[in-house]
Write a protein that binds this ligand. Structure first.
Ligand code: OSB
Ligand code: MG
Length: 370
């Protein structure tokens, strides 16, 4: 596939409500979109790096910089790049997995659209709709949290994930369990605890949580293995799983019984599929995480979440959970599910007028060699 040029576009997307985690409060997203233009059409990728390096080391200005200086020139220098060639040529640059993932996704979308192949079919999906959960931020008070959870359950969400941190853990979990009974419930700490707080985390044991997501720092895989012997709730890793190899290592060490797969965090949809394959081979169930994506990233995540190893509902919520106005036709929850897009590539594209109305900057990088 020849590349004519690549456009980087920044969009400003206010969230419907502030989203608070142990690492900070998000009120709006500043999102980098990549559009790959070829003689046969185009392809879209969404970079999930956040404004500040608080969830991981990446941040959106850094992603734009590494893409412009290094990643895009390396890809346009290849003769006829396809998505697997993108992964190979970007491998020599260390880190920047979210930036790499977005570029690979855009190339893959262009390639699959040209071939008429849906991303879901290409990845090996076995479902045409996926069960959805919702990630609920840290709130000012327990009553406010109960209202939020009540609303999501009324909309049909099949699983509730509560963000926790020291000081906001047992009390909100108990309150949600008491009020809503036997729902699928899990928690996410975004690395806010240390192993010394294992007793506090074990206090969550009586509440029959599906899983405890990333309680300890990203690089503390052994700590998670030790913690797993001290708590009954299954440990799930998010931040620590940066590759299929990291997943294999974490599983071998006994650091997790469940894995959250985010394509951006592992460097792309191809590596995400390999993470899925490694986990499935070890009998470890996976689910699809989220990074507050627009419809572009969501469409691709839904394709991934339709693979057979994704046995738990993911953080693949409807457009309205995030944005009053999504940049694609909105994804709408139906009976607790979202449909897997069936069209070629990711199966959706931005609505031009909406996209223009939220765009804060654009940069066109022509392929000088092409
Ligand atoms: O840890 O899963 C996380 C959002 C931003 C950064 C990290 C995380 C999250 C979420 C929200 O939990 C998931 C979503 O609904 O997109
Ligand atoms: Mg998480």
């Amino acid at each position: 596939m020849k590349i004519t040029g690549i456009e980087l576009r920044r969009v400003a997307m206010p969230l419907v409500a502030p989203f608070r985690t142990s690492f900070g409060t998000e009120t709006a997203r500043d999102i980098l979109l990549i559009r790959v233009v070829t003689p046969d059409g185009e392809g879209w990728g969404e970079c999930v790096a956040m404004s500040d390096p608080l969830y991981s080391s990446e941040y959106v200005d850094g992603a734009a910089d590494v893409l412009t200086r290094f990643l895009i020139p390396a890809v346009t220098a290849i003769d006829n790049p396809d998505a697997s060639a993108v992964g190979a040529v970007l491998g020599r640059f260390k880190g920047h997995l979210m930036a790499k993932a977005a570029l690979e996704a855009a190339v893959l979308d262009a390639e699959l659209r040209a071939a008429g192949t849906p991303l879901a079919r290409y990845l090996g999906a076995t479902r045409d709709r996926v069960a959805c959960g919702v990630s609920v931020g840290i709130m000012e008070s327990v009553p406010q949290l109960l209202d939020a959870v009540d609303g999501y359950l009324a909309e049909g969400y099949q699983r509730i994930k509560l963000k926790i941190e020291p000081g906001w853990d047992v009390e909100p979990v108990r309150a949600v369990r008491e009020r809503f009974g036997d729902i699928l419930l899990q928690v996410d700490a975004n690395a806010a605890y240390t192993l010394a707080q294992a007793r506090q985390l074990a206090a969550l044991d009586p509440f029959d949580l599906l899983l405890l997501e990333q309680p300890l720092p990203e690089d503390d895989v052994r700590g998670h293995a030790e913690l797993a012997r001290m708590v009954r709730t299954p440990i799930c890793l998010d931040e620590s799983i940066v590759s299929a190899r990291a997943a294999a290592d974490a599983i071998a060490l006994g650091a997790c019984r469940i894995v959250n797969i985010k394509p951006g965090r592992v460097g792309g949809y191809l590596e995400a599929r390999r993470v899925h394959d490694v986990c499935t081979a070890h009998g470890v169930p996976v689910w699809c995480g989220g990074m507050l994506e627009t419809g572009i990233g969501r469409a691709a995540n839904l394709a991934l979440a339709a693979l057979p190893g994704f046995v738990f509902p993911g953080d693949t919520s409807a457009s309205a959970r995030y944005y009053h106005q999504d940049i694609t036709t909105p994804f709408v929850l139906d009976d607790g599910h979202l449909p897997v897009p069936a069209g070629p590539g990711i199966g959706v594209e931005p609505l031009p007028d909406v996209l223009d109305s939220v765009t804060t900057s654009k940069q066109w990088l022509p392929n000088s060699g092409g």
